[in-house]
Design a protein around this ligand. Structure first.
Ligand SMILES: [Zn+2]
Length: 382
């Protein structure tokens, strides 16, 4: 199928539940740190919260008519059995107990309020359902609007505002229940997808890829030398990008490293961990992407899925903290995913595109990518 050819109406799904937007950290936070001491309470009540971004995205989708062209549906929450495929039972019990008793801090920078367990289970359920629908042929592509996000969550610890490993739970469901044999997860959130990486680090049937700002969060995590271990050696790819990278650098890394690595691995399901905190206007990253970058990266992934002969592609929402800008980046990605279009125009893109990076920065970036491609024996995609 030609990836430029629009899919028919209803061919794609948007997994969404209003209740997930009610997830909150249980304490006002600023830049993911608690308010208190010398940090004044915030007038807005919350400093960094991705729920507002997703709420505004859904509003933009409704107002622009995009929602009307998609299958919009919720899902049952992930079951304890589904969660226990990637998390320790003791961890789940502790999370459940704390949630029933007002919430608290479950790990490293992962506070949550009352009822957080049920909302996190619902968020993971959206991811699982997106994968189920695509694997079962109910729709060809799907976007799961997951809040809270999942890609830092470890087997026995929450981290970085993520409590359950949404993508990993969904992928395990695809493998255990739906017959997927090889799955790839590409995570372009600006922070390292350390949780997803760790859960599949010794597995050769799940290829995990993370493009992220070098040494951002978690600190010291996500180097190119982390390539998996045991049977999983070679099934993890970290692309640690210099702070300041923009559209050209991301597309270059995708074409030189990510796409050839995916084609070589040949997954029968492709999952994208789509965070938007590598945008110019994000407070938790130092990259310079715009909506056109997310559109192009998604288009590339659609092309890869089609080249692999099955077209199965699921996007799972991760981070993104610019209330104003995430909706424009995400709607561009969803348009590329679904083949649908709207009249929405990004009013910020011209300004961002004018902020050209110096040539020597780009040279340094290209050198680093070339070296990594050589080390991995990858042939650039064209
Ligand atoms: Zn992030």
């Amino acid at each position: 199928m030609n990836p430029e050819q629009p899919l028919s109406k209803g061919a794609s799904a948007f997994l969404f539940d209003e209740r997930c937007l009610w997830f909150h950290s249980g304490q006002a936070s600023a830049l993911a740190a608690p308010v208190g001491g010398w940090v004044q309470p915030l007038a807005s009540g919350s400093g960094v919260a991705s729920a507002d971004c997703l709420r505004r995205l859904k509003s933009l989708m409704d107002a622009s008519g995009l929602s009307a062209q998609l299958r919009i549906q919720s899902a049952r929450p992930a079951s304890l059995m589904e969660m226990a495929r990637v998390h320790d039972r003791q961890y789940l019990e502790r999370f459940q107990h704390m949630s029933a008793n007002g919430g608290g801090e479950l790990g490293l920078a992962a506070p949550f309020g009352p009822g957080g367990f049920e909302l996190a289970a619902l968020s993971a359920g959206l991811a699982r359902e997106a994968v189920s629908g695509v694997m079962g042929g109910e729709y060809q592509r799907a976007y799961a609007a997951c809040i809270p996000a999942g890609h830092h969550a470890l087997r026995d610890q929450a981290m970085g505002s993520t409590l359950l490993a949404n993508s990993a739970i969904a992928v395990e469901h695809a493998i255990v229940e739906l017959g997927a044999r090889r799955v790839a997860i590409v995570d372009w959130d600006v922070h390292h997808g350390n949780g997803t990486q760790s859960l599949f680090y010794e597995r050769d049937d799940v290829f995990t890829v993370s493009l992220h700002q070098e040494n951002c969060f978690p600190p010291g995590s996500g180097g190119a030398d982390e390539r998996g271990s045991g049977e999983g050696l070679g099934a993890n790819l970290n692309i640690a990008l210099l702070p300041g990278c923009g559209h050209a650098q991301y597309l270059h890394a995708m074409e030189q490293l990510v796409v050839p690595a995916l084609l070589r691995f040949a997954p029968d399901l492709l999952v994208i961990g789509s965070g938007y905190d590598a945008s110019t206007y994000d407070v938790l990253g130092h990259m310079q992407l715009h909506s056109g970058t997310f559109r192009e990266m998604t288009r590339l992934m659609v092309e890869v899925a089609e080249r692999l002969g099955h077209g199965r592609l699921v996007m799972i929402h991760e981070g993104g903290y610019s209330d104003v800008y995430v909706p424009f980046c995400a709607i561009a990605a969803i348009e590329a995913l679904t083949g649908l279009s709207t009249d929405v125009r990004d009013p910020f893109i011209d300004f961002i595109q004018q902020q050209c990076l110096p040539e020597d920065f780009d040279c340094l970036h290209r050198q680093r990518v070339r070296l990594q491609a050589q080390q991995l024996g990858l042939t650039p995609f064209s």
